[in-house]
Design a protein around this ligand. Sequence first.
Ligand code: FES
Length: 138
Amino acid sequence: MAIPEREEILVGDAAELVEGKFKIIKQGTLNIGVTRLRDGTIRAVRNRCPHKGAAICKGIIGGTWPPSAPGDLAYDREGEILVCPWHGFEYDLKTGDELYRKVPTRLRFYEVIERERKIYLLVARGAADTQDSDASAA
Ligand code: FES
């Protein structure tokens, strides 16, 4: 199977991306939130929750309360966890994995590049024109 050619979609100036907030890019059928994590990683996320389809990039980026022994409750991973605005499922912005479920789902990530202080999404050529934008997911 041939690897489709890719195209770049301009997100904007690198300085526009701030920790804890998504910049939403809509082009054709693509709807992607782009943010910068605390460690400087730029993360591009399909703006659709894998659970029931909420616009997940409207959720809160924060931390989580991992399972713990009684008396050891501790908030952790500030700035790395995305909480869906509909049902509160938590997703790891480092890996895409859903947290704390027996059969976890995953976020869809897209590749990004930073060049000359601009951020670009890399998507399969024509992905914005197709019905199934998953074809361009990284
Ligand atoms: S739609 Fe996101 S947790 Fe249900």
